[in-house]
Design a protein. Structure first.
Length: 225
């Protein structure tokens, strides 16, 4: 499939981040030509870009995409109370069907906003991966690890399941596996070290929550020095 965008304001990604007015030709999901002069090549789709801006896709570097289902649930609460009283109890009821629905809603909203890449940290990430693949969005999918287990796996299954997840998605065109120990207040040193080992072994990213609240900083310092 080919697309020709005509007479658009274009924000490029060259060294100068140059802005120009012109045409863009896209062939099989690749930008093959950007020109200030008119491009006359035939295309399957033509878009009038006048008074519009063409810019690189936005990147969301931290999401829990299925949690679009929880929007507005437990607003204006202290983080720890929100997690313990609202989020963790309702997350325990999640399954792959609800994850799929929440993910698809989040993906639609990202597409609408011009977001083309995101990094997620949640559960049932294989389900998130299949939905992202279908939507054509580039996704860095984080396998969540927590000392007391997740809605998907028991604590003693996490390391094995994490390695399987990484191996399953490594080398995919648009999906990249990530290891995501939840935080310093839900993961002890042993689990954090295991997460790092798996990351180093497979050359994949590691992503976590850190320094979210004052209490976390003081409690972690008190506990671990």
């Amino acid at each position: 499939m080919s697309i020709l965008i005509k007479k658009a304001n274009i924000l490029t990604q060259n060294r100068k981040r140059a802005q120009l007015k012109g045409d863009i030709y896209i062939d099989d999901n690749r930008i093959t030509e950007i020109s200030k002069k008119s491009i006359s090549t035939e295309a399957d789709f033509k878009i009038n870009g006048e008074k519009k801006l063409v810019l690189p896709g936005l990147i969301n570097t931290h999401t829990h995409i299925p949690m679009t289902l929880f929007r507005g649930y437990g607003d204006d609460m202290i983080l720890n109370n929100w997690l313990e009283e609202k989020i963790w109890p309702i997350e325990s009821k999640l399954n792959s069907k609800s994850i799929k629905i929440g993910t698809e809603l989040g993906l639609l909203e990202m597409i609408l906003s011009g977001t083309t890449t995101f990094l997620d940290m949640y559960f049932f990430e294989d389900t998130v991966g299949k939905a992202s693949e279908k939507a054509g969005i580039r996704a860095f999918l984080g396998f969540a690890m927590i000392d007391f287990g997740t809605p998907e796996y028991k604590s003693n299954e996490l390391v094995t399941k994490c390695e399987h997840f990484v191996n399953n998605w490594k080398g995919h065109d648009i999906i990249s596996p990530v290891i995501t120990p939840h935080s310093t207040y839900t993961c002890g040193p042993e689990l954090l070290k295991k997460a790092i080992e798996i990351g180093d072994k497979n050359n994949v990213l590691l992503h976590t929550h850190c320094s979210e609240t004052r209490d976390e900083i003081y409690n972690v310092e008190k506990k671990y020095g």
